[in-house]
Design a protein around this ligand. Structure first.
Ligand code: GLN
Length: 195
């Protein structure tokens, strides 16, 4: 199995390190040809407007839009989640694919960044022993304001949706790659393996 990590900008190294720790082969994706032969793709956190513009510049936006439409497994964290949304309330290049409306920087300036232990029932499949909460790191994080009928909500914070899945597309508002809890990475790898 080989997982690509979009490496135009943002926290891509941390995702690679986490995957390699689990024993998965990775590849940094900067050009369309880097998508060949991958089994799944992670779009990291960073700045979604910048990442989107770079994707356009490097000829990656259309191939990524096509992959997202085709049922290829893609996981977006934070800015990556924003890019997978169909609507973010402003003009910027998006990959789309998920039937969600997202609000960027939704926790406001007062709480720029924070950590919260959140319940994610879907992680039971990759949790040894008793269920336990996931340490979610939020950095100028987005929230999901509306979800379509095919979207499964995986987690909420203060009643706000912060993790969701639609088919093979996964989105988290927070940064599992900045913790040492690899359960979200293993959850995504299971999505990839399920074929
Ligand atoms: N606030 C960023 C954006 O809107 C996302 C922040 C992040 O990825 N940590 O793109």
């Amino acid at each position: 199995m080989r997982i690509g990590v979009l490496a135009l900008q943002g926290a891509f190294r941390e995702h690679r390190l986490m995957l390699e720790r689990i024993g998965v082969e990775t590849r940094e994706v900067r050009l369309p040809e880097h998508l060949d032969g991958l089994d799944g793709l992670i779009i990291p956190g960073g700045e979604s407007t910048t990442m989107g513009k770079l994707a356009v510049e490097f000829g990656l936006l259309e191939p990524l839009q096509e992959l997202a439409r085709s049922g290829f497994p893609i996981w977006g964290t934070c800015a990556g989640f924003i890019l997978l949304a169909k609507d973010v309330g402003q003009e910027q290049p998006l990959i789309g694919g998920m039937d969600v409306v997202i609000e960027r920087n939704a926790f406001g300036r007062q709480v720029d960044s924070f950590e919260a232990m959140i319940d994610v029932p879907a992680l039971a499949a990759v949790t040894e022993g008793e269920p336990r909460p996931f340490p979610a790191v939020f950095i100028r994080a987005p929230v999901v304001k509306e979800v379509g009928p095919d979207v499964e909500v995986l987690a909420k914070v203060d009643g706000k949706v912060v993790a969701a899945r639609q088919g093979k597309l996964l989105g988290t508002s927070f940064h599992p790659e900045l913790t040492d809890d690899d359960r979200f990475h293993r959850y995504f790898l299971n999505m990839v393996k399920e074929g």
